[in-house]
Design a protein around this ligand. Structure first.
Ligand code: CP
Length: 311
Protein backbone atom coordinates (compact mmCIF):
# COMPACT_ATOMS: atom_id res chain seq x y z
CA UNK A 1 0.00 0.00 0.00
CA UNK A 2 1.45 3.42 -0.89
CA UNK A 3 2.10 5.86 1.98
CA UNK A 4 0.30 9.25 2.02
CA UNK A 5 2.02 10.87 5.04
CA UNK A 6 5.67 11.59 5.76
CA UNK A 7 7.20 9.55 8.59
CA UNK A 8 8.61 12.73 10.21
CA UNK A 9 7.29 16.24 10.96
CA UNK A 10 10.61 17.90 10.04
CA UNK A 11 12.89 17.59 6.99
CA UNK A 12 16.28 17.89 8.67
CA UNK A 13 18.29 15.58 6.41
CA UNK A 14 17.85 12.76 3.93
CA UNK A 15 19.33 10.37 6.48
CA UNK A 16 16.20 10.80 8.64
CA UNK A 17 13.79 10.00 5.74
CA UNK A 18 12.55 6.55 4.67
CA UNK A 19 12.60 5.46 0.98
CA UNK A 20 8.76 5.63 1.10
CA UNK A 21 9.03 9.30 2.14
CA UNK A 22 11.21 9.99 -0.92
CA UNK A 23 8.72 8.35 -3.30
CA UNK A 24 5.82 10.23 -1.68
CA UNK A 25 7.68 13.56 -2.12
CA UNK A 26 8.48 12.75 -5.80
CA UNK A 27 4.87 11.76 -6.59
CA UNK A 28 3.54 14.91 -4.90
CA UNK A 29 6.13 17.07 -6.70
CA UNK A 30 4.98 15.64 -10.04
CA UNK A 31 1.49 17.02 -9.34
CA UNK A 32 2.88 20.42 -8.31
CA UNK A 33 5.10 20.52 -11.43
CA UNK A 34 1.89 20.37 -13.44
CA UNK A 35 0.40 23.18 -11.31
CA UNK A 36 3.36 25.56 -11.81
CA UNK A 37 3.17 25.12 -15.56
CA UNK A 38 -0.48 26.23 -15.67
CA UNK A 39 -1.38 29.85 -16.61
CA UNK A 40 -2.60 30.27 -12.97
CA UNK A 41 0.23 28.77 -10.92
CA UNK A 42 -1.34 29.03 -7.48
CA UNK A 43 -3.31 26.63 -5.25
CA UNK A 44 -4.86 27.40 -1.82
CA UNK A 45 -3.27 24.43 0.05
CA UNK A 46 -1.31 26.49 2.64
CA UNK A 47 -3.79 29.39 2.94
CA UNK A 48 -3.90 29.28 6.77
CA UNK A 49 -0.12 28.72 7.21
CA UNK A 50 2.69 31.22 7.90
CA UNK A 51 6.22 30.23 6.91
CA UNK A 52 9.41 32.00 8.04
CA UNK A 53 12.46 31.73 5.81
CA UNK A 54 15.47 32.22 8.10
CA UNK A 55 18.71 32.60 6.16
CA UNK A 56 21.85 32.95 8.28
CA UNK A 57 24.04 32.29 5.21
CA UNK A 58 23.95 33.54 1.59
CA UNK A 59 21.64 31.90 -0.94
CA UNK A 60 20.13 32.70 -4.33
CA UNK A 61 18.41 29.55 -5.64
CA UNK A 62 17.22 27.96 -2.37
CA UNK A 63 15.84 31.16 -0.84
CA UNK A 64 13.95 32.26 -3.96
CA UNK A 65 12.78 28.71 -4.67
CA UNK A 66 11.31 28.26 -1.16
CA UNK A 67 9.66 31.70 -1.27
CA UNK A 68 8.08 30.96 -4.66
CA UNK A 69 6.97 27.50 -3.48
CA UNK A 70 5.32 29.03 -0.41
CA UNK A 71 3.59 31.74 -2.45
CA UNK A 72 2.39 29.21 -5.08
CA UNK A 73 0.77 27.33 -2.15
CA UNK A 74 -0.84 30.59 -0.87
CA UNK A 75 1.10 30.64 2.44
CA UNK A 76 1.89 33.88 4.27
CA UNK A 77 5.67 34.37 4.07
CA UNK A 78 8.17 36.26 6.22
CA UNK A 79 11.81 36.52 5.19
CA UNK A 80 14.67 36.94 7.62
CA UNK A 81 18.27 37.59 6.67
CA UNK A 82 20.88 37.42 9.45
CA UNK A 83 23.01 40.16 7.87
CA UNK A 84 20.27 42.78 8.42
CA UNK A 85 18.95 41.49 11.77
CA UNK A 86 19.60 41.73 15.52
CA UNK A 87 21.85 38.64 15.20
CA UNK A 88 24.45 41.30 14.37
CA UNK A 89 23.86 42.70 17.90
CA UNK A 90 24.57 39.30 19.49
CA UNK A 91 21.07 37.77 19.74
CA UNK A 92 21.15 33.95 20.00
CA UNK A 93 19.60 31.59 17.45
CA UNK A 94 16.99 30.38 19.95
CA UNK A 95 16.01 33.92 21.01
CA UNK A 96 15.78 35.00 17.37
CA UNK A 97 13.55 32.08 16.43
CA UNK A 98 11.37 32.28 19.55
CA UNK A 99 10.73 35.97 18.83
CA UNK A 100 9.69 35.12 15.28
CA UNK A 101 7.50 32.23 16.48
CA UNK A 102 5.71 34.59 18.93
CA UNK A 103 4.32 36.22 15.80
CA UNK A 104 2.46 32.90 15.13
CA UNK A 105 4.71 31.26 12.56
CA UNK A 106 3.85 27.62 11.73
CA UNK A 107 6.83 26.45 9.67
CA UNK A 108 10.50 27.45 9.55
CA UNK A 109 12.85 27.07 6.57
CA UNK A 110 16.39 27.57 7.81
CA UNK A 111 19.87 27.87 6.30
CA UNK A 112 22.66 28.11 8.85
CA UNK A 113 26.47 27.72 8.74
CA UNK A 114 26.49 25.40 11.80
CA UNK A 115 25.91 21.69 11.11
CA UNK A 116 22.99 20.51 13.28
CA UNK A 117 21.40 23.96 13.79
CA UNK A 118 18.00 22.84 12.35
CA UNK A 119 18.07 19.67 14.51
CA UNK A 120 18.80 21.83 17.58
CA UNK A 121 15.78 24.03 16.82
CA UNK A 122 13.50 21.06 16.10
CA UNK A 123 14.01 19.87 19.70
CA UNK A 124 13.14 23.27 21.18
CA UNK A 125 10.32 24.85 19.17
CA UNK A 126 6.90 23.57 18.04
CA UNK A 127 7.11 24.61 14.33
CA UNK A 128 7.94 22.21 11.47
CA UNK A 129 11.57 22.78 10.45
CA UNK A 130 12.99 22.37 6.94
CA UNK A 131 16.76 22.36 6.62
CA UNK A 132 17.78 24.58 3.68
CA UNK A 133 21.48 23.73 4.18
CA UNK A 134 23.43 23.45 7.47
CA UNK A 135 27.18 23.91 7.12
CA UNK A 136 28.86 20.89 5.52
CA UNK A 137 26.17 18.53 6.90
CA UNK A 138 23.06 18.23 4.66
CA UNK A 139 20.96 20.08 2.07
CA UNK A 140 18.01 17.69 1.79
CA UNK A 141 15.75 19.58 -0.62
CA UNK A 142 18.70 19.97 -3.05
CA UNK A 143 19.20 16.18 -3.07
CA UNK A 144 15.44 15.65 -3.52
CA UNK A 145 15.31 18.01 -6.51
CA UNK A 146 18.48 16.43 -7.94
CA UNK A 147 17.07 12.88 -7.73
CA UNK A 148 13.68 14.06 -9.07
CA UNK A 149 15.45 15.75 -12.02
CA UNK A 150 17.49 12.59 -12.71
CA UNK A 151 14.34 10.43 -12.71
CA UNK A 152 12.62 12.79 -15.17
CA UNK A 153 15.68 13.05 -17.44
CA UNK A 154 16.18 9.27 -17.51
CA UNK A 155 12.40 8.67 -17.65
CA UNK A 156 12.96 5.84 -15.18
CA UNK A 157 13.53 4.91 -11.53
CA UNK A 158 17.12 5.35 -10.24
CA UNK A 159 17.49 1.77 -8.94
CA UNK A 160 20.54 0.23 -10.64
CA UNK A 161 21.53 3.47 -12.43
CA UNK A 162 25.15 4.67 -12.31
CA UNK A 163 25.36 8.18 -10.86
CA UNK A 164 28.69 10.00 -10.38
CA UNK A 165 29.32 13.00 -8.13
CA UNK A 166 32.37 15.05 -9.12
CA UNK A 167 34.44 17.62 -7.27
CA UNK A 168 34.70 18.94 -3.73
CA UNK A 169 32.98 16.15 -1.79
CA UNK A 170 34.77 17.00 1.48
CA UNK A 171 33.08 20.38 2.00
CA UNK A 172 29.76 19.59 0.33
CA UNK A 173 26.42 19.19 2.12
CA UNK A 174 24.92 18.58 -1.35
CA UNK A 175 27.22 15.56 -1.79
CA UNK A 176 26.23 14.09 1.58
CA UNK A 177 22.49 14.49 0.95
CA UNK A 178 22.87 13.17 -2.62
CA UNK A 179 24.73 10.08 -1.37
CA UNK A 180 22.05 9.29 1.26
CA UNK A 181 19.22 9.93 -1.24
CA UNK A 182 20.67 7.99 -4.18
CA UNK A 183 21.61 4.99 -2.01
CA UNK A 184 18.07 4.89 -0.53
CA UNK A 185 16.73 4.84 -4.11
CA UNK A 186 19.01 1.91 -5.06
CA UNK A 187 21.40 3.77 -7.41
CA UNK A 188 25.09 2.90 -7.79
CA UNK A 189 27.06 5.95 -6.62
CA UNK A 190 30.66 6.83 -7.47
CA UNK A 191 32.58 9.88 -6.18
CA UNK A 192 35.35 11.42 -8.29
CA UNK A 193 37.74 14.22 -7.37
CA UNK A 194 41.22 14.89 -5.99
CA UNK A 195 42.12 12.56 -3.07
CA UNK A 196 42.40 15.63 -0.80
CA UNK A 197 38.73 16.50 -1.43
CA UNK A 198 37.29 13.00 -0.87
CA UNK A 199 36.59 12.25 2.84
CA UNK A 200 38.50 9.28 4.29
CA UNK A 201 36.37 6.12 4.82
CA UNK A 202 33.51 7.52 2.67
CA UNK A 203 33.22 4.03 1.08
CA UNK A 204 31.52 2.96 4.32
CA UNK A 205 28.42 4.76 2.97
CA UNK A 206 28.30 2.21 0.14
CA UNK A 207 29.85 4.43 -2.55
CA UNK A 208 32.81 3.83 -4.88
CA UNK A 209 35.69 6.30 -5.21
CA UNK A 210 37.68 7.10 -8.36
CA UNK A 211 40.28 9.73 -9.19
CA UNK A 212 39.87 9.26 -12.97
CA UNK A 213 37.35 11.68 -14.51
CA UNK A 214 37.25 10.15 -18.01
CA UNK A 215 36.80 6.60 -16.72
CA UNK A 216 34.05 7.74 -14.33
CA UNK A 217 32.26 9.65 -17.10
CA UNK A 218 32.37 6.49 -19.25
CA UNK A 219 30.81 4.55 -16.32
CA UNK A 220 27.96 6.89 -15.39
CA UNK A 221 24.63 7.90 -16.92
CA UNK A 222 24.45 11.09 -14.84
CA UNK A 223 27.32 13.40 -13.79
CA UNK A 224 26.43 15.68 -10.86
CA UNK A 225 29.28 18.21 -10.82
CA UNK A 226 29.86 20.12 -7.56
CA UNK A 227 31.32 23.53 -6.89
CA UNK A 228 34.82 23.94 -5.54
CA UNK A 229 33.98 25.60 -2.18
CA UNK A 230 36.90 27.97 -1.83
CA UNK A 231 35.19 29.80 1.06
CA UNK A 232 35.26 26.60 3.17
CA UNK A 233 38.86 25.65 2.29
CA UNK A 234 41.15 26.69 5.15
CA UNK A 235 44.22 25.05 3.56
CA UNK A 236 45.31 24.41 -0.04
CA UNK A 237 43.73 21.15 -1.30
CA UNK A 238 45.17 21.45 -4.84
CA UNK A 239 47.92 23.67 -6.31
CA UNK A 240 45.89 26.08 -8.49
CA UNK A 241 42.40 26.42 -9.99
CA UNK A 242 44.00 26.07 -13.45
CA UNK A 243 45.54 22.73 -12.49
CA UNK A 244 42.23 21.60 -10.92
CA UNK A 245 40.44 22.39 -14.16
CA UNK A 246 43.02 20.57 -16.27
CA UNK A 247 42.77 17.37 -14.17
CA UNK A 248 39.19 17.34 -12.85
CA UNK A 249 37.29 19.90 -14.95
CA UNK A 250 34.53 18.74 -17.33
CA UNK A 251 34.36 20.33 -20.78
CA UNK A 252 32.12 19.80 -23.81
CA UNK A 253 35.06 18.35 -25.78
CA UNK A 254 35.58 15.74 -23.03
CA UNK A 255 31.84 14.92 -23.02
CA UNK A 256 31.83 14.66 -26.84
CA UNK A 257 34.74 12.20 -26.76
CA UNK A 258 32.81 9.66 -24.62
CA UNK A 259 31.12 6.53 -26.01
CA UNK A 260 27.66 7.56 -24.74
CA UNK A 261 25.91 10.78 -23.79
CA UNK A 262 26.00 11.69 -20.09
CA UNK A 263 23.41 13.92 -18.40
CA UNK A 264 25.19 16.91 -16.80
CA UNK A 265 23.96 18.47 -13.54
CA UNK A 266 25.22 21.13 -11.13
CA UNK A 267 23.47 22.48 -8.00
CA UNK A 268 24.87 26.00 -8.56
CA UNK A 269 26.43 28.43 -8.18
CA UNK A 270 28.86 27.28 -10.93
CA UNK A 271 32.53 28.25 -11.00
CA UNK A 272 32.55 28.48 -14.80
CA UNK A 273 35.86 27.36 -16.26
CA UNK A 274 36.86 25.52 -13.05
CA UNK A 275 34.71 22.40 -12.40
CA UNK A 276 32.65 22.90 -15.57
CA UNK A 277 33.22 24.87 -18.76
CA UNK A 278 30.49 27.14 -20.09
CA UNK A 279 30.02 25.07 -23.24
CA UNK A 280 29.33 21.98 -21.07
CA UNK A 281 27.11 23.84 -18.57
CA UNK A 282 25.01 25.38 -21.36
CA UNK A 283 24.93 22.32 -23.65
CA UNK A 284 21.92 20.18 -24.60
CA UNK A 285 23.25 17.52 -22.19
CA UNK A 286 22.90 19.91 -19.25
CA UNK A 287 19.72 19.88 -17.12
CA UNK A 288 20.98 22.56 -14.72
CA UNK A 289 18.03 24.92 -15.28
CA UNK A 290 15.56 22.00 -15.12
CA UNK A 291 16.98 21.34 -11.64
CA UNK A 292 16.07 24.90 -10.65
CA UNK A 293 12.52 24.57 -12.05
CA UNK A 294 12.04 21.19 -10.36
CA UNK A 295 13.27 22.71 -7.08
CA UNK A 296 10.07 24.75 -6.77
CA UNK A 297 7.87 21.66 -7.26
CA UNK A 298 9.93 19.62 -4.76
CA UNK A 299 9.77 22.39 -2.13
CA UNK A 300 6.00 22.77 -2.68
CA UNK A 301 5.69 19.01 -2.08
CA UNK A 302 7.78 19.12 1.13
CA UNK A 303 5.88 22.14 2.52
CA UNK A 304 2.49 20.64 1.60
CA UNK A 305 3.25 17.23 3.13
CA UNK A 306 4.66 18.74 6.35
CA UNK A 307 1.68 21.09 6.70
CA UNK A 308 -0.59 18.13 7.42
CA UNK A 309 1.72 17.08 10.31
CA UNK A 310 1.51 20.33 12.28
CA UNK A 311 1.22 20.30 16.10
N1 CP B 1 22.15 25.12 -4.75
C1 CP B 1 22.12 26.04 -3.76
O1 CP B 1 21.95 25.73 -2.57
O2 CP B 1 22.28 27.32 -4.19
P1 CP B 1 22.16 28.62 -3.25
O3 CP B 1 23.34 28.59 -2.32
O4 CP B 1 22.20 29.80 -4.21
O5 CP B 1 20.87 28.53 -2.51
Amino acid sequence: MSQNRLSTKHVLGIKYLQPEDLHLIFNTALEFKEVINRPIKKVPSLRDITVANLFFENSTRTRISFELAEKRLSADVVNFSASSSSVKKGETLLDTVNNILSMKVDMVVMRHPAPGAPLYLSKRIPANIINAGDGTHEHPTQALLDAFSMKLALNDELKGKNIAIFGDILHSRVAMSNIFCLKKLGANVRLCGPPTLIPKHIQQLGVEVSYDVRETLEWCQVANVLRIQLERQDIKYFPTLREYHQTFGISKSLLDSLDSEVIVMHPGPINRGVELTSDAADSDQSIILDQVENGVAIRMAVLYLLSSLRN
